[in-house]
Design a protein around this ligand. Structure first.
Ligand SMILES: Nc1ncnc2c1ncn2[C@@H]1O[C@H](COP(=O)(O)OP(=O)(O)OP(=O)(O)O)[C@@H](O)[C@H]1O
Ligand SMILES: [Mg+2]
Length: 337
């Protein structure tokens, strides 16, 4: 790709004899926020470590901003890192934590001050200069870690699950903050998460990984609406996935005649795509939970468990009772693999 800013070409990453990431190819565009998404152990951190220069590839090439950096040491790559553990200096003030890297560069004092103040302002921490990290909230410490990386004006900022220590509200706040900072600074960012909603909310494009390989690459809208495989569909919330044989759906527990023929390998439904209260099939309610705008049911069916969401306006079906349900073709996602 012509305007790729970070290019990973035929990259193989190993720990001793164990290949964690075989033959990865990925182009990140300038100013783009890419999310690496996938289950534990799929190679997200390994990929980040290779981009950062903390892990030497077994084979392949890494190009950043037109320069082959495959053999370039980590501190010469112009990369910023923010990890899950913020690794702030506890004995230094917030200001000195942010200024630390700039002081190492032996920049004049006035410049260190100006860049540090600007960095703290960017993440909304003006006024916190004299606090020690221990005197700040988790979210503030997280933002401090972000500011510390930003003031170094990296070409690329790598963030490895930087929000996973935060509570739900702070996570949302930091998500917005990160997105704003990224748009304001235009820094190319690679963001690791195993939380699909975080990836969907933040990323320009999502790289869904499985076993060290790219399972699917696309915009959040593409991945959300059009997962290509059962693995991707499952990750994107299509919790009901069944094989198709003629006009029957098949699971390892049984089969269900649906009355339509889909010439595909598998069909998948989100809970919101399953009809409850009407439909040609019958299931028994095995759990029912209030979820604000809707009610989440788990139904026992000939196919095993079906997850179905019903509008909160419809009367609740008690646990143990039978209820009609539908797996309509209209809300199904067709899967080839
Ligand atoms: N230092 C190491 N030595 C040997 N194997 C490792 C090492 N670090 C990671 N691995 C293995 O490499 C594979 C990829 O690990 P990696 O840390 O990249 O996963 P991850 O996607 O970041 O997972 P998580 O979401 O749990 O952080 C895993 O199978 C893991 O066991
Ligand atoms: Mg990891």
């Amino acid at each position: 790709m012509s305007n790729a800013f970070v290019s990973l070409t035929d990259l193989t990453l190993s720990y001793g004899q164990t290949v964690a990431v075989p033959d990865l190819n990925l182009d990140v565009l300038e100013g783009e926020l890419i999310a690496l998404l996938g289950p534990s152990g799929c190679g997200k951190t390994t990929t980040m470590r290779a981009i950062a220069g903390l892990l030497t590839p077994t084979s392949g090439r890494i190009v950043i901003d037109g320069l082959d950096v495959t053999r370039t040491p980590a501190n010469k790559r112009g990369i910023g890192l923010v990890f899950q553990s913020y690794a702030l200096f506890p004995h230094l003030s917030a200001f000195e934590n942010v200024a630390f890297g700039l002081r190492l560069l032996k920049l004049p004092n006035a410049q260190v001050r100006a860049r540090t103040e600007a960095g703290m302002a960017t993440v909304g921490l003006t006024g916190f200069e004299t606090r020690k990290p221990a005197e700040m909230s988790g979210g503030q410490q997280q933002r401090l870690a972000l500011a510390r990386s930003l003031v170094m004006e990296p070409k690329v900022l790598l963030l490895d699950e930087p929000l996973s220590n935060l509570d739900a509200r702070l996570r949302l706040e930091m998500r917005n903050e990160l997105q704003r900072v990224q748009k304001d600074t235009g820094i190319t960012m690679v963001f690791v998460t195993h939380d699909q909603s975080e990836a969907l909310a933040l990323a320009d494009r999502i790289v869904l990984m499985k076993d060290g390989k790219i399972e699917q690459l696309g915009t959040p809208a593409e991945l959300y609406a059009k997962p290509a495989t059962a693995f991707a569909a499952d990750f994107m919330g299509f919790e009901n996935i069944f094989r198709v044989e003629g006009s029957e759906l098949v699971s390892h527990l049984g089969r269900l005649s649906v009355g339509y023929e889909a010439k595909v390998h598998m069909l998948a439904w989100r809970p919101s795509g399953v009809g409850v209260g009407t439909g040609p099939h019958t299931g028994r309610v095995i759990s029912s939970s209030f979820a604000g705008g809707h009610r989440e049911y788990v139904l026992n069916s000939p196919l095993g468990q079906i997850k179905a969401d019903a509008p909160i306006e419809t009367p609740e079906v008690p646990i143990g009772h039978e209820v009609a349900f539908d797996l309509p073709m209209a809300t199904a996602r067709s899967l080839a693999a």
